[in-house]
Design a protein around this ligand. Structure first.
Ligand SMILES: Nc1nc2c(c(=O)[nH]1)N[C@H]1C(S)=C(S)[C@@H](COP(=O)(O)O)O[C@H]1N2
Ligand SMILES: [Mo]
Length: 229
Protein backbone atom coordinates (compact mmCIF):
# COMPACT_ATOMS: atom_id res chain seq x y z
CA UNK A 1 0.00 0.00 0.00
CA UNK A 2 1.41 3.33 -0.93
CA UNK A 3 0.11 6.00 1.36
CA UNK A 4 3.25 8.09 0.95
CA UNK A 5 1.32 10.82 -0.83
CA UNK A 6 -0.60 11.50 2.35
CA UNK A 7 0.31 14.13 4.88
CA UNK A 8 1.89 13.06 8.19
CA UNK A 9 -1.53 13.26 9.79
CA UNK A 10 -2.97 11.16 7.01
CA UNK A 11 -0.28 8.56 7.45
CA UNK A 12 -0.78 8.47 11.17
CA UNK A 13 -4.53 8.07 10.74
CA UNK A 14 -3.98 5.31 8.25
CA UNK A 15 -1.58 3.50 10.56
CA UNK A 16 -4.13 3.92 13.30
CA UNK A 17 -6.66 2.07 11.22
CA UNK A 18 -4.23 -0.77 10.65
CA UNK A 19 -3.29 -0.74 14.31
CA UNK A 20 -6.88 -1.27 15.31
CA UNK A 21 -6.84 -4.47 13.34
CA UNK A 22 -9.81 -3.42 11.26
CA UNK A 23 -10.19 -4.63 7.74
CA UNK A 24 -9.74 -1.40 5.85
CA UNK A 25 -9.41 -2.78 2.39
CA UNK A 26 -7.10 -1.03 0.01
CA UNK A 27 -8.19 -2.03 -3.45
CA UNK A 28 -8.11 -0.51 -6.88
CA UNK A 29 -10.73 -0.52 -9.59
CA UNK A 30 -8.95 -2.63 -12.22
CA UNK A 31 -8.55 -5.62 -9.96
CA UNK A 32 -11.88 -5.34 -8.26
CA UNK A 33 -14.07 -6.94 -10.86
CA UNK A 34 -12.09 -10.13 -10.62
CA UNK A 35 -11.27 -9.91 -6.95
CA UNK A 36 -14.81 -9.32 -5.78
CA UNK A 37 -16.11 -12.65 -6.94
CA UNK A 38 -12.97 -14.42 -5.86
CA UNK A 39 -12.67 -12.96 -2.41
CA UNK A 40 -16.24 -12.70 -1.20
CA UNK A 41 -15.98 -16.12 0.42
CA UNK A 42 -12.59 -15.57 1.99
CA UNK A 43 -12.00 -14.76 5.65
CA UNK A 44 -11.73 -11.06 6.48
CA UNK A 45 -8.03 -11.22 7.26
CA UNK A 46 -7.24 -12.68 3.89
CA UNK A 47 -9.35 -10.08 2.11
CA UNK A 48 -7.69 -7.27 3.99
CA UNK A 49 -4.28 -8.49 2.92
CA UNK A 50 -4.95 -7.90 -0.76
CA UNK A 51 -3.66 -4.52 -1.84
CA UNK A 52 -4.64 -3.70 -5.40
CA UNK A 53 -4.11 -0.06 -6.22
CA UNK A 54 -5.32 1.95 -9.18
CA UNK A 55 -8.13 4.20 -10.36
CA UNK A 56 -7.73 6.61 -7.49
CA UNK A 57 -10.22 4.95 -5.17
CA UNK A 58 -9.30 2.84 -2.20
CA UNK A 59 -12.12 0.53 -1.30
CA UNK A 60 -12.88 0.65 2.40
CA UNK A 61 -15.04 -1.64 4.44
CA UNK A 62 -15.01 -2.46 8.14
CA UNK A 63 -16.82 -5.78 8.05
CA UNK A 64 -16.43 -7.69 4.79
CA UNK A 65 -17.81 -9.31 2.75
CA UNK A 66 -19.59 -6.32 1.24
CA UNK A 67 -23.38 -6.29 1.64
CA UNK A 68 -25.25 -7.61 -1.37
CA UNK A 69 -27.98 -5.75 -3.25
CA UNK A 70 -31.13 -7.35 -4.63
CA UNK A 71 -33.34 -4.74 -6.36
CA UNK A 72 -36.39 -6.91 -5.72
CA UNK A 73 -36.04 -6.96 -1.94
CA UNK A 74 -33.88 -3.96 -1.02
CA UNK A 75 -35.48 -1.29 1.18
CA UNK A 76 -34.40 2.09 2.43
CA UNK A 77 -35.93 2.85 5.82
CA UNK A 78 -36.54 6.50 6.71
CA UNK A 79 -37.80 6.82 10.27
CA UNK A 80 -37.34 8.47 13.63
CA UNK A 81 -38.55 12.07 13.89
CA UNK A 82 -40.44 12.06 10.59
CA UNK A 83 -44.17 12.32 10.06
CA UNK A 84 -44.60 9.18 7.97
CA UNK A 85 -41.87 6.57 8.43
CA UNK A 86 -41.39 4.75 5.16
CA UNK A 87 -39.59 1.82 3.56
CA UNK A 88 -38.65 2.87 0.03
CA UNK A 89 -38.05 0.23 -2.60
CA UNK A 90 -35.21 0.73 -5.04
CA UNK A 91 -37.78 1.62 -7.69
CA UNK A 92 -39.32 4.23 -5.40
CA UNK A 93 -35.91 5.70 -4.60
CA UNK A 94 -35.14 6.00 -8.30
CA UNK A 95 -38.50 7.72 -8.86
CA UNK A 96 -37.68 10.57 -6.46
CA UNK A 97 -36.38 13.85 -7.92
CA UNK A 98 -32.99 13.20 -9.47
CA UNK A 99 -30.01 15.44 -8.74
CA UNK A 100 -26.60 15.37 -10.36
CA UNK A 101 -23.28 16.89 -9.48
CA UNK A 102 -19.56 16.73 -10.06
CA UNK A 103 -17.52 17.00 -6.87
CA UNK A 104 -14.13 16.11 -5.44
CA UNK A 105 -13.80 13.32 -2.89
CA UNK A 106 -11.30 13.41 -0.04
CA UNK A 107 -10.37 10.66 2.40
CA UNK A 108 -8.88 11.81 5.68
CA UNK A 109 -5.90 9.49 5.12
CA UNK A 110 -4.70 11.76 2.32
CA UNK A 111 -6.01 10.43 -0.99
CA UNK A 112 -8.53 12.22 -3.18
CA UNK A 113 -10.49 11.61 -6.35
CA UNK A 114 -11.31 14.75 -8.32
CA UNK A 115 -14.39 15.40 -10.42
CA UNK A 116 -16.55 12.47 -9.44
CA UNK A 117 -19.89 12.47 -11.26
CA UNK A 118 -22.71 11.56 -8.90
CA UNK A 119 -26.46 11.18 -9.38
CA UNK A 120 -28.99 10.58 -6.65
CA UNK A 121 -31.50 12.21 -4.34
CA UNK A 122 -31.10 15.31 -2.16
CA UNK A 123 -31.80 14.95 1.54
CA UNK A 124 -34.85 17.21 1.45
CA UNK A 125 -36.48 14.99 -1.16
CA UNK A 126 -35.76 11.89 0.94
CA UNK A 127 -37.26 13.51 4.02
CA UNK A 128 -40.28 14.66 2.00
CA UNK A 129 -40.86 11.04 1.02
CA UNK A 130 -41.29 10.38 4.76
CA UNK A 131 -43.75 13.23 5.22
CA UNK A 132 -41.12 15.71 6.39
CA UNK A 133 -39.43 16.03 9.78
CA UNK A 134 -41.11 16.53 13.12
CA UNK A 135 -40.37 19.45 15.46
CA UNK A 136 -37.14 18.85 17.34
CA UNK A 137 -35.44 16.99 14.49
CA UNK A 138 -31.78 17.97 14.42
CA UNK A 139 -29.72 15.15 12.98
CA UNK A 140 -29.77 12.06 10.80
CA UNK A 141 -28.10 8.77 11.61
CA UNK A 142 -27.04 7.11 8.36
CA UNK A 143 -27.05 3.41 9.14
CA UNK A 144 -25.14 1.05 6.86
CA UNK A 145 -26.13 -2.46 5.95
CA UNK A 146 -22.50 -3.08 6.79
CA UNK A 147 -22.92 -3.45 10.55
CA UNK A 148 -21.65 -1.61 12.59
CA UNK A 149 -20.82 1.29 10.25
CA UNK A 150 -22.90 4.37 11.01
CA UNK A 151 -22.41 8.11 10.83
CA UNK A 152 -24.43 11.15 11.83
CA UNK A 153 -24.85 14.53 10.17
CA UNK A 154 -26.83 17.50 11.43
CA UNK A 155 -29.90 18.23 9.33
CA UNK A 156 -28.22 21.41 8.10
CA UNK A 157 -25.13 19.47 7.00
CA UNK A 158 -27.13 16.74 5.30
CA UNK A 159 -29.16 19.38 3.46
CA UNK A 160 -26.16 21.17 1.97
CA UNK A 161 -26.73 21.73 -1.75
CA UNK A 162 -23.91 19.33 -2.69
CA UNK A 163 -24.90 16.54 -0.32
CA UNK A 164 -26.92 13.63 -1.68
CA UNK A 165 -27.77 9.98 -1.41
CA UNK A 166 -26.08 8.79 -4.59
CA UNK A 167 -27.24 5.81 -6.63
CA UNK A 168 -24.98 6.54 -9.60
CA UNK A 169 -21.25 7.11 -9.64
CA UNK A 170 -19.39 7.92 -12.84
CA UNK A 171 -22.55 7.45 -14.90
CA UNK A 172 -23.15 3.89 -13.70
CA UNK A 173 -25.16 2.44 -10.83
CA UNK A 174 -23.00 2.52 -7.69
CA UNK A 175 -20.92 -0.64 -7.74
CA UNK A 176 -21.07 -3.18 -4.95
CA UNK A 177 -17.67 -2.28 -3.47
CA UNK A 178 -18.57 1.42 -3.56
CA UNK A 179 -21.76 0.93 -1.57
CA UNK A 180 -24.50 -0.42 -3.85
CA UNK A 181 -27.15 0.58 -4.31
CA UNK A 182 -26.81 3.89 -2.46
CA UNK A 183 -24.12 5.79 -0.57
CA UNK A 184 -24.24 9.20 1.01
CA UNK A 185 -22.01 11.85 -0.55
CA UNK A 186 -20.82 14.78 1.54
CA UNK A 187 -18.05 16.47 -0.49
CA UNK A 188 -17.32 19.22 2.03
CA UNK A 189 -16.39 16.63 4.64
CA UNK A 190 -13.93 13.75 4.66
CA UNK A 191 -15.04 10.48 3.17
CA UNK A 192 -15.87 8.69 6.41
CA UNK A 193 -18.93 10.95 6.80
CA UNK A 194 -20.43 9.35 3.68
CA UNK A 195 -21.91 5.99 4.58
CA UNK A 196 -21.83 3.25 1.93
CA UNK A 197 -24.54 0.57 1.63
CA UNK A 198 -27.02 2.95 3.31
CA UNK A 199 -29.96 1.02 4.73
CA UNK A 200 -31.61 3.55 7.02
CA UNK A 201 -31.94 7.26 7.65
CA UNK A 202 -32.92 7.65 11.28
CA UNK A 203 -33.88 11.22 12.14
CA UNK A 204 -33.08 12.20 15.72
CA UNK A 205 -32.71 15.17 18.03
CA UNK A 206 -28.97 14.73 18.58
CA UNK A 207 -25.58 14.06 17.03
CA UNK A 208 -24.21 10.67 17.98
CA UNK A 209 -20.61 9.69 17.29
CA UNK A 210 -20.25 7.58 14.17
CA UNK A 211 -18.02 4.57 13.59
CA UNK A 212 -14.80 6.53 13.09
CA UNK A 213 -15.77 9.24 15.57
CA UNK A 214 -15.95 6.60 18.30
CA UNK A 215 -12.33 5.96 17.31
CA UNK A 216 -11.10 9.52 17.62
CA UNK A 217 -11.96 11.25 14.36
CA UNK A 218 -13.80 14.58 14.31
CA UNK A 219 -17.60 14.71 14.11
CA UNK A 220 -17.50 17.91 12.08
CA UNK A 221 -15.10 16.60 9.46
CA UNK A 222 -14.79 19.64 7.17
CA UNK A 223 -12.20 19.11 4.48
CA UNK A 224 -9.07 21.09 5.36
CA UNK A 225 -10.51 22.27 8.69
CA UNK A 226 -10.64 19.17 10.90
CA UNK A 227 -8.71 16.11 12.04
CA UNK A 228 -5.53 18.13 12.46
CA UNK A 229 -5.54 19.65 8.99
N1 LIG B 1 -20.23 1.23 5.22
C1 LIG B 1 -19.07 1.89 5.09
N2 LIG B 1 -19.07 3.13 4.57
C2 LIG B 1 -17.89 3.79 4.42
C3 LIG B 1 -16.67 3.23 4.85
C4 LIG B 1 -16.70 1.92 5.39
O1 LIG B 1 -15.68 1.32 5.75
N3 LIG B 1 -17.92 1.28 5.48
N4 LIG B 1 -15.50 3.94 4.75
C5 LIG B 1 -15.62 5.40 4.60
C6 LIG B 1 -14.36 6.02 4.21
S1 LIG B 1 -13.21 6.29 5.44
C7 LIG B 1 -14.15 6.45 2.93
S2 LIG B 1 -12.77 7.36 2.53
C8 LIG B 1 -15.09 6.12 1.85
C9 LIG B 1 -14.37 5.29 0.80
O2 LIG B 1 -15.20 5.08 -0.29
P1 LIG B 1 -14.80 3.94 -1.34
O3 LIG B 1 -14.64 2.66 -0.56
O4 LIG B 1 -15.91 3.89 -2.33
O5 LIG B 1 -13.49 4.35 -1.95
O6 LIG B 1 -16.21 5.37 2.29
C10 LIG B 1 -16.69 5.75 3.58
N5 LIG B 1 -17.92 5.03 3.86
MO1 LIG C 1 -11.67 7.62 4.54
Amino acid sequence: MDESAGSPIGRRAFLGIVGLGLSSLVWGEPALRALNSLTSGLPQGVQAAIPALGGGWRIYAVNPPFPTFDPATWKLRIDGLVNEPVDLTYEQLRALPRAEQVSDFHCVTGWSVDDVHWAGVRTDDLLAAAGGVKPGARAIDFVSAEVPYVDTLTLDQARLPDAMLAYEMGGQPVRREHGAPARFVMPQMYGYKGVKWVAQLHVTDRIQPGFWEQRGYDTDAWVGRSNGY
